[in-house]
Ligand binder design. Structure first.
Ligand code: SAH
Length: 235
């Protein structure tokens, strides 16, 4: 791994160590399985996935990549977690998912190799795990064609998100393993918006994602104070 690679080895290891459980809905990846239909529906509604060429940045075991391919998109999932990529490839093979491919590479390297080649770029629950998220936002903007869509999801940074996303999710409800998230790496919508502007991405929509621990349901709302998604269009 070289010095300029925009990746935190400890973060990659955290996901790789448990990579064999990516497709177990009762594992620590359960919340990603639960929110998947919600985010898939939103992305599909905004960008129309059928027939589109899609890059999924930080795809992990391929939970979203696989679902987008099943909607008719041609998907390339990338991640720097070696074991996660292997699990994603194996899953595609076993499940017979059409039109999905996975590669171990970074957003920046793929952007240098294939600029302006994708109709849609997704980068979900990943920005808060990298040292320089603004560089990933720039890479996503480079990857997408003019007029194409880039989708992000991450966690806001404020006292409520500390309470809900760290104390609540990791220590009270045990939805996620302790240490999954680091408060200081959370990203305010205003910060994401300014990185988008710098990358010539026109931020068009943000949606909050809320969770009720009693009903165990997730839904999209206008409240972006904890988990949120953003859709931006390349100018
Ligand atoms: N996007 C997937 C997985 C989110 S988990 C989903 O929402 O279902 C975060 C993922 O980001 C992990 O798979 C981790 O390996 C990956 N990741 C962290 N840093 C990365 C980097 N610098 N480059 C590529 N992937 C990275």
């Amino acid at each position: 791994m070289n010095d300029t690679l925009n990746a935190d080895p400890a973060e990659l290891a955290k996901f790789s160590e448990v990579a064999h459980r990516w497709w177990d809905p009762d594992s620590e990846f359960g919340p990603l399985h639960q929110i998947n239909p919600l985010r898939l529906g939103w992305i599909d509604g905004v960008a129309g996935l059928a027939g589109k060429r899609v890059a999924d940045i930080g795809c992990g075991g391929g939970i979203l990549s696989d679902a987008m391919a099943r909607k008719g998109a041609n998907v390339l999932g990338i991640d720097l977690g070696t074991r996660s990529i292997r699990v994603a490839q194996l899953h595609a093979l076993e499940a017979g998912t059409p039109n999905v491919e996975y590669r171990e590479t970074s957003a920046e390297a793929l952007a240098a190799e294939q600029p302006g080649s994708f109709d849609v770029v997704t980068c979900m629950e990943m920005l808060e795990h990298v040292p320089r998220p603004e560089s990933v936002v720039q890479a996503c903007a480079t990857l997408v064609k003019p007029g194409g869509w880039v989708f992000f999801s991450t966690i806001n940074r404020n006292s409520k998100s500390f309470l809900f996303a760290i104390v609540g999710a990791e220590y009270v409800l045990n939805l996620l393993p302790k240490g999954t998230h680091e408060y200081l790496k959370f990203i305010r919508p205003s910060e994401l918006a300014s990185w988008c502007r710098l990358a010539r991405l026109d931020l068009q929509q943000t949606r909050g994602m809320e969770y009720n621990p009693f009903s165990r349901r997730y839904w999209l709302s206008g409240d972006t104070s904890v988990n949120y998604l953003a859709a931006a269009r390349k100018l």
